[in-house]
Write a protein that binds this ligand. Structure first.
Ligand SMILES: C[S@@+](CC[C@H](N)C(=O)[O-])C[C@H]1O[C@@H](n2cnc3c(N)ncnc32)[C@H](O)[C@@H]1O
Length: 285
């Protein structure tokens, strides 16, 4: 057994080596596979890379680099570890409640709606918005573009199958959003899972899009980019804010996550807050 004092002495040494290894790994992933994590917030990136090393049962970040360069299946596992896909239906119910009150009346003025969920993870946020718009009579005029960099997350989202045990929490969330029906109307329960109702997804396009490396691809009336930029460093947040601004119609709405803000956008003065607590902004310039 290695004494605790020896482990304590080793730690600065490991930290120093990892400070070299992590940027090399990230550069290797970018050059080999095109996924660019170079401007992600360093502390959380390092934590998640350490987790990837442990789950591959490897001795070091360098060993992970060796494997990820040659093995595409390892790349997918790496993406699953490094991109945080935590999400839920009607996450932050207060947001959906305020959205019904303040944003829906604005959306009702439009004859058609293009909506972009940037960083949609397993699709829970998209189905939540589809349910809300269905209840507000807007679903038929909406076209959703739901994108993420992680292809495995998109495959799950496309299927619309979720564990049955999550429905209890999602029902509570839904009720807190001032939902107009019963949440159970929107899915069919099977053995241990549920399948979301097909009509909810008929206007959803699921596609891979990387906010770091891909360009704007349409003009939207509503963009949700929640709990994604929180993992980026300041300069990347600024770049992604530019992309979102360039993709938003004049008068369009931008929604960020609870811990995100407009502070780092070069276009802060081009937005007004519809609700600053729930991070709902309207482009005015
Ligand atoms: C924490 S989830 C947020 C999901 C949902 N928006 C929500 O708020 O519940 C973050 C998602 O952003 C995606 N993501 C991370 N970096 C990205 C990038 N550069 N381009 C597109 N999606 C990205 C991850 O794959 C993950 O699915």
């Amino acid at each position: 057994m290695i004494p605790q004092s020896a482990i304590r002495n080793l730690k600065p040494e490991i930290d120093n080596i990892e400070a070299i290894e992590v940027p090399l790994l990230v550069e290797a992933v970018y050059r080999r596979w095109g996924y660019d994590f170079r401007d992600y917030a360093p502390a959380s990136l390092k934590r998640r890379i350490r987790r990837a090393v442990a789950s591959e049962e490897l001795p070091s970040v360098s060993a992970l680099q060796e494997r990820v360069l040659r093995d595409e299946a390892c790349l997918q596992r790496f993406l699953d570890q490094v991109t945080v896909s935590v999400t839920s239906m009607f996450r932050d119910p207060g947001f959906y409640r305020v959205f019904r009150q303040l944003a829906v009346p604005l959306l009702k003025k439009r004859r058609s709606l293009r909506i972009w969920h940037a960083g949609c993870a397993g699709g829970e946020e998209v189905y939540s918005m589809a349910i809300l718009l269905h209840e507000e009579g807007l679903l038929d005029r909406a076209r959703f573009y739901a994108t993420d960099l992680n292809p495995a997350a998109l495959d799950a989202a496309r299927e619309g199958i979720y564990p049955l045990e999550t429905m209890k929490e999602y029902t509570v969330n839904y009720q807190a959003t001032a939902g107009k029906g019963a949440f159970s109307e929107y899915y069919q329960a099977g053995h241990g899972h549920v399948v979301m109702r097909a009509d909810l997804s008929k206007n959803i396009v699921w596609a891979q899009h990387n906010l770091v490396t891909d360009a704007s691809f349409n003009e939207f009336h509503l963009i949700l980019c929640r709990n994604v930029m929180i993992y980026f460093n300041a300069s990347l947040q600024e770049r992604v804010h530019r992309l979102l601004y360039d993709s938003l119609a004049k008068d369009g709405l931008l929604v960020l996550g609870r811990q995100e803000s407009l502070q780092l956008t070069p276009h802060e003065s081009c937005y007004q807050a519809l609700d600053s607590r729930e991070r709902i902004y309207q482009r005015i310039g």
